[in-house]
Design a binder for this molecule. Structure first.
Ligand SMILES: NC(=O)c1ccc[n+]([C@@H]2O[C@H](COP(=O)([O-])OP(=O)(O)OC[C@H]3O[C@@H](n4cnc5c(N)ncnc54)[C@H](OP(=O)(O)O)[C@@H]3O)[C@@H](O)[C@H]2O)c1
Length: 279
């Protein structure tokens, strides 16, 4: 059994990952940039880099992600990758994003390359857009207007359930046979947002539609919700990649790594239906 540091342990993927690892008998150390409130938490701030030595003390393996809201992911991740190398971790699993390796000079790709060159046993997983965005980031439009508002036209995406990403990460963290490989993670099928809206409607009983909006309207909406301008611009840029068809591809990585097929959007919608149900 290992002692595993989970960065983003309170988040969508990390909370499920922590649960899966603990259920397998692993010792989980949950990183938080807030004040730790439980014995299994440790303070680690990837912006200020405070808490790095303490977070890695006694740790064998680690799961790493770039907290959202920042555009220079290399600046966030590089100190932890370097410290993990000095520390001699047995495995580091980095959650990146599908498409991150399209440009070798993009900050997230530079962080990936730093890990690849570290000499540490590693995996990089690059998930496609999460299904869970429909119960988090895009929920406001559904609740207030019954609409998913996005600048993506009729393009399709092979959305992935975050629970499947966590299952993949749990397997990669606790085994060494797939070391030093990267995987693009997708759901089982590509759907456009009219199809997504219809599936959410059917599961929840609330009529939900899709409205294609201009990138500029998306930018204003994200900034109005409090996102920094540079990060809002980054999100609009990657939504442009979605619109251009780059999120459509499917892979068999989830089944290959976990032995289970990835969840469908209909399964996800069934499990989360109470969130969209009419009041
Ligand atoms: N959403 C998508 O469709 C999608 C698709 C592909 C890839 N991704 C990638 O997924 C990642 C986000 O994963 P997620 O959705 O599971 O996370 P999330 O739910 O957004 O949670 C963010 C996590 O980051 C932690 N955090 C925030 N600021 C921090 C800091 N300064 N230092 C250390 N930790 C900090 C938070 O914990 P505390 O508040 O406790 O510190 C929280 O656990 C991003 O890297 C994103 O690029 C997302």
């Amino acid at each position: 059994m290992s002692r595993i540091l989970v960065v983003g342990a309170s988040g969508t993927v990390g909370s499920e990952l922590s649960r899966l690892l603990a259920a397998q008998g692993e010792t989980v150390l949950k990183a938080t940039h807030r004040t730790p409130a439980a014995a299994d938490q440790v303070h680690l701030d990837l912006v200020s880099h405070r808490g790095l030595p303490e977070a890695l003390a006694g740790v064998d393996r680690a799961f790493l992600l770039a907290p959202p809201g920042h555009v220079d992911q290399e600046a966030l991740l590089a100190p932890l990758i370097d410290a993990a190398r000095v520390h001699g971790l047995q495995k580091l699993v980095l959650m990146s994003a599908m498409g991150a390796n399209a440009d070798d000079n993009a900050p997230l790709r530079r962080a990936e390359r730093r890990l690849e060159a570290s000499g540490l046993p590693y995996n990089i997983v690059r998930p496609n857009w999460f299904m869970q965005n429909f119960n988090t980031f895009w929920l406001h439009g559904i609740q207030t207007a019954g609409q998913i508002f996005l600048p993506v036209g009729a393009a399709k995406g092979s959305f992935i359930d975050a629970r499947d990403i966590a299952a993949v990460a749990a397997r990669l963290l606790t085994s060494d046979d797939l070391a030093d490989r990267d995987f693009d993670l997708t759901g089982p099928q590509a759907l456009d947002h009219h199809e997504v809206a219809a599936i959410l409607s059917q599961a929840s009983g609330r009529p939900i539609g899709f409205t294609d909006i201009a990138p500029e309207a998306m930018l204003q909406g994200l900034m109005g919700a409090g996102l920094p301008q540079d990060y809002a611009g980054f999100l609009v840029q990657i939504l442009g990649a979605f619109k251009a068809g780059f999120a459509e591809r499917t892979t068999d990585a989830v089944r290959h790594i976990t032995g289970q097929p990835p969840r469908t959007l209909a399964q996800y919608a069934q499990d989360y239906r109470a969130i969209w149900a009419p009041a």
